[in-house]
Design a protein around this ligand. Structure first.
Ligand code: ZN
Ligand code: ZN
Ligand code: ZN
Length: 376
């Protein structure tokens, strides 16, 4: 489900204007969330070059392999005034990019290439445009993509509600005696059943595995007294992601320090959400959570940033991290997900997606944030 045509057209115009304002000659994008944002088309960047060329002045063009051209029928691309430049196997697609670019005078110039463009294309483009220095496309596009419009916020809200419904059913699957992987398979099916197109990630970190923030699932069998970190999400049909963590306990926690630590964690998550407002910085939101955890003596156990932006990608700008003095603005959406991790014992994390609104942050996840006690 691509964004409406007029939305895409406006984004293309803004991208071109931002390219011009940045003193760049062009924006070069292979299939990626950036391309989905501007053209409403998905797909993957294979070895054959598909490349959107957005010149600072002039009309955009899409360089596309002839065999991929029929796939554009029915997509917004053909109605956006984007020139289609086809190539066939045996042609040099990189020199085709150079040819569709409006001529700019001799001497040094800069072009932006997609942040995750495969190196094979980056180097091919560099060879075809030897006078151009390459910079990252995020220098132009992050400012656009960070500020979500109301339809994007609505899509994130839909995603948040869908993943909340999965957490609400966790007791159906998360039980003592089951392996993390068995629980994870059921959760993945529920993520799809509740309205996502796929389960992008399912972390079921039980007991000591909870202390590894990006644990996946394993064959470890869930024990009485385990804390279990469940961090799950996926894309909706609009392409916008959910991402929500809750921590469960199988009966009474096995470790006596858990209750006090968890109370600190919950207060830290609350404080960070409360710190969200237009005009405040990303790093001050991180600090709101981190200072509470540090003061309780667990600063060294909170081993990651407080959050990440979310939208067409699970992780995108803005990053809620020390050193990021980016000023938050209305329409920005990101996670607030502090954690405390005790190696070899347990971990806990609380994660909600928060949108910056006029008067502060609004959560898009609504499940209770207390340690959720499941029966053993
Ligand atoms: Zn993460
Ligand atoms: Zn996250
Ligand atoms: Zn997460």
């Amino acid at each position: 489900m691509p964004a409406p045509l007029e939305t895409l057209a406006a984004r293309l115009t803004r991208a071109r204007d931002a390219t011009y304002a940045s003193g760049l000659k062009a924006l070069l994008l292979t299939p990626s969330p950036d391309l989905r944002y501007l053209l409403g088309i998905g797909g993957e960047s294979h070895e054959r070059l598909t490349c959107l060329v957005v010149p600072a002045e002039g009309d955009p063009a899409l360089v596309v392999p002839a065999l991929e051209r029929p796939g554009l029928d029915g997509t917004p691309v053909l109605r956006l005034g984007v020139e289609i430049a086809e190539w066939t196997d045996g042609d040099d697609p990189y020199s085709l990019v150079a040819r569709v670019l409006p001529k700019f005078g001799s001497g040094a110039a800069r072009v932006a290439v997609g942040d995750a463009m495969p190196a094979t294309h980056v180097l091919g483009l560099r060879a075809a445009l030897p006078d151009c220095t390459q910079v990252l496309a995020s220098t132009v596009l992050a400012q656009l993509r960070m500020r979500k419009d109301s339809a994007e916020i609505a899509a994130l809200d839909t995603a948040g509600r869908a993943i909340d419904r999965v957490h609400a059913r966790m007791g159906e699957w998360l039980r003592v005696g089951r392996a993390e992987a068995e629980v994870g398979a059921d959760v993945a099916a529920a993520i799809v059943a509740e309205g996502h197109t796929a389960a992008a990630f399912v972390i079921v970190g039980s007991g000591p595995h909870g202390a590894s923030p990006h644990h996946d699932v394993s064959d470890r069998v869930i024990q009485p007294g385990d804390l279990v970190v469940v961090d799950i999400g996926g894309p909706t049909p609009e392409g916008y992601f959910s991402d929500c963590t809750r921590t469960y306990t199988m009966g009474e926690p096995a470790y006596s320090e858990v209750a006090d630590c968890y109370a600190v964690l919950q207060a830290a998550q609350e404080a960070a959400v409360a710190a969200v407002a237009p005009g405040t910085t990303a790093q001050s939101v991180d600090d709101a959570a981190r200072s509470l955890i540090r003061d309780a003596g667990y600063g060294h156990r909170f081993i990651h940033r407080t959050g990440h932006g979310i939208g067409l990608e699970v992780h995108e700008q803005p990053y809620i991290v020390a050193g990021n003095d980016l000023v938050l603005d209305r329409g920005m959406a990101f996670s607030i997900e502090p954690g405390i991790y005790i190696p070899g014992r347990w971990g806990a994390r609380i994660e909600d997606i928060v949108v910056v609104e006029e008067h502060g942050g609004r959560r898009l996840n609504h499940r209770p944030r207390e340690l959720a006690v499941l029966p053993v």
